[in-house]
Ligand binder design. Structure first.
Ligand SMILES: C[S@@+](CC[C@H](N)C(=O)[O-])C[C@H]1O[C@@H](n2cnc3c(N)ncnc32)[C@H](O)[C@@H]1O
Length: 234
């Protein structure tokens, strides 16, 4: 089923000339960073392409990828309130794009959604306000199934705490977008590190706070860098 404005958004995006499409992608990521400063650091492996679009070749590649995703039905999935909360767009995509050898070296074979759903059904529903920890989370297939399972039992995943880590920066970047699409709430900590050797948690807390602090001080930064003449900040 299509979301209310998905068809319109699709056609409008596909009609944009290259530079405007690149600008829209830049704006979309900026907006994501303002809405979710806690996740802004985590999505950097994805957003840096949209922010550094000075070179025409890079802009053209970025827009070609986005147009392909939009043509394949991205907006139909993500603008529909039902499907946006129940689908992992990134997991299958990452597995498809990665060379097989790279997947094998870290065991990066994500759980298919029907298997994840089956596994979640065998678990007790998490109680209201509980914490979930997953230390090889990938793009989140298992936690999506768990969140669905919780909702089916009247528990809102947005009231839970999510402690998630994976060694792969692209997987954790995709996961950061997913937790927002899936409405897992504000209490999400996503770390990127090797759980066997890293002190990933302190770093993840620092990185989460960095995004929040940067957003908090942005108005002051804009004020300082844009005022031509002195004006009181008060
Ligand atoms: C088999 S996948 C499972 C992913 C996800 N839990 C799922 O079911 O779809 C294993 C994941 O563990 C991650 N991983 C492997 N070694 C790790 C390590 N030492 N520390 C953190 N993550 C690791 C990989 O990057 C990969 O995403």
């Amino acid at each position: 089923m299509r979301g209310p404005d998905a068809g319109f958004a699709r056609d409008a995006f596909l009609d944009l000339p290259l530079d405007q499409a690149a600008h829209v992608l830049h704006l979309l990521w900026s907006r994501f960073g303002s809405r979710r400063p806690d996740l802004a650091y985590r999505v950097l492996p994805l957003t840096r392409w949209a922010h550094g679009t000075g070179e025409r070749d890079q802009r053209a590649t970025l827009v070609a990828v986005a147009r392909t995703a939009v043509k394949a039905g991205l907006f139909e999935l993500t603008m529909n309130p039902q499907t946006r909360m129940s689908v992992d767009v990134f997991g299958p995509l990452l597995m498809e794009l990665r060379p097989k050898k790279a997947c094998e070296s870290n065991g990066q074979f994500y759980t298919p959604d029907d298997v994840a759903e089956l596994l979640a059904r065998f678990m007790n529903s998490p109680p209201q306000g509980s914490a979930v920890h997953e230390s090889s989370v990938g793009t989140g297939a298992l936690i999506l199934a768990l969140a669905d399972h919780a909702r089916a039992h009247g528990v809102d995943p947005a009231d839970m705490r999510w402690d998630l880590v994976d060694v792969d920066p692209f997987a954790t970047a995709c996961l950061a977008v997913n937790v927002d699409l899936w409405r897992l709430g504000p209490d999400v900590l996503i770390g990127c590190g090797d759980v066997l050797v890293d002190d990933w948690r302190d770093r993840a807390l620092y990185e989460r706070d960095l995004g929040i602090q940067i957003q908090k001080w942005q108005p002051l930064h804009r004020f300082i860098t844009s005022s031509r003449t002195y004006a009181s900040a008060v």
